[in-house]
Design a binder for this molecule. Structure first.
Ligand code: ADP
Ligand code: TRP
Length: 336
């Protein structure tokens, strides 16, 4: 039996190395496996919880689509779509919300952390919280459960959301039998949370990112900004506790990795290590970067690819949603 793999990225900023290493690369690796069927998408309606500018929404959605394709997603093989083109997701989202305890939403990290920071500064607890943000995990559960997903490759920060999807599916199944598959998350243990330039989690929200398709000069500048410890140039360094080395591993060959490890032990300077990182990263990203800019200049082509993907997606989602509706006793008129 093939495994269904699914993941999405929301268009809320330029795609960065954390997104690539935590979600995109593992997802593309899983796509190579002949035992998996893959569904990858632009989570634009999740993005709407944050992005309230028409131009930005359009541009950032194309960015995410072009990024997936430039990095090697094969849209003939995978189902590749815009979330908003698949209306069944939103219908299922409502159904699932009736099986999602409000307390579960109260405990979701994104909402909880806003409430906590409001509390600290003495503001009303729900300041800045729209209902889309509050019910965000339910829409994500709908994304996952509608495709009968087995595996969800994500970064560590999204694990709680997958667990919420499991809980909601469990609540539903308890009542109606085994309707939904219970999904598992897949995380890259080693690089589950890639630190950003300031040492916090690399995130669009903290402006501490290295965008993956940054032009070479800027890429080098950003790499130079990565925080390092105060060890001196000739001192031996521990590769395993260095973000420079963890990043290097993602882009280098095994021979190059061993080589740099040696150099760490014998005391490479941080400046030199950063140069080596830039070289492997730039060489690896050169071709996809070119493809990315080419795709960004062809929005029509991107629209076409995504629309075809939505048709493929709906061939799966329409019959399954119908099954769910029958299960709960919601009537569908044959005349509509
Ligand atoms: P951001 O925090 O920049 O807004 P998203 O929430 O859009 O990123 O995340 C998209 C995907 O990338 C998710 O699967 C998320 O877990 C992963 N991801 C984001 N930041 C990192 C990081 N610093 N390290 C590893 N994975 C990450
Ligand atoms: N919430 C995810 C993020 O912020 C994006 C996302 C939306 C997603 N729906 C999903 C990820 C379904 C995996 C599966 O990155």
């Amino acid at each position: 039996m093939k495994k269904q793999v699914l993941t999405g990225i929301k268009p809320t900023g330029r795609v960065h190395l954390g997104n690539y290493i935590g979600a995109i690369k593992p997802a593309l690796d899983l796509a190579q496996n002949e035992y998996s069927e893959t569904a990858y998408f632009v989570a634009d309606y999740h993005g709407l919880t944050q992005i309230h500018s028409c131009e930005e929404m359009k541009e950032l959605s194309y960015c995410i689509a072009a990024t997936w394709l430039a990095l090697g997603l094969d849209h003939e093989k995978a189902i590749f779509y815009r979330q908003s083109d698949v209306p069944e997701i939103f219908e299922l989202s409502w159904i699932l919300s009736c099986f999602a305890p409000k307390g579960l939403m109260n405990r979701a990290h994104a909402y909880k952390s806003i409430v906590e920071s409001n509390q600290q500064i003495g503001k009303d607890l729900d300041t800045g919280v729209n209902m889309g943000l509050f019910t965000y995990p339910i829409l994500m559960a709908a994304d996952i459960l509608l495709f009968q997903t087995d595996l969800v490759p994500v970064g560590k920060d999204q694990v709680q959301h997958v667990e919420i999807a499991r809980d909601i599916a469990g609540n539903f199944n308890k009542q109606y039998g085994e309707v939904f598959h219970i999904p598992d998350y897949v995380i890259q243990e080693e690089s589950a949370v890639l630190p950003g330039l300031d040492g916090r989690k690399m995130s669009k929200s903290y402006q501490n990112t290295i965008p993956i398709f940054e032009e070479p000069k800027k890429l080098q500048k950003l790499i130079n900004k990565i925080k390092t410890d105060s060890s001196l140039p000739k001192e031996p360094k521990d590769p395993n506790s260095s973000i420079i080395f963890s990043l290097y591993k993602e882009f280098a060959t095994s021979v190059q990795i061993e080589d740099l490890k040696e150099k760490f032990h014998s005391g490479i300077g941080w400046g030199e290590a950063k140069k080596e990182l830039f070289h492997v990263m730039n060489a690896y990203l050169e071709e996809p970067r070119e493809k990315y800019y080419e795709l960004m200049s062809s929005p029509k082509l991107l629209d076409e690819i995504l629309e075809q993907g939505a048709l493929k997606a709906r061939a799966k989602t329409i019959p399954f949603l119908e099954e769910v509706k029958q299960t709960i006793g919601i009537h569908r008129s044959s005349r509509i």
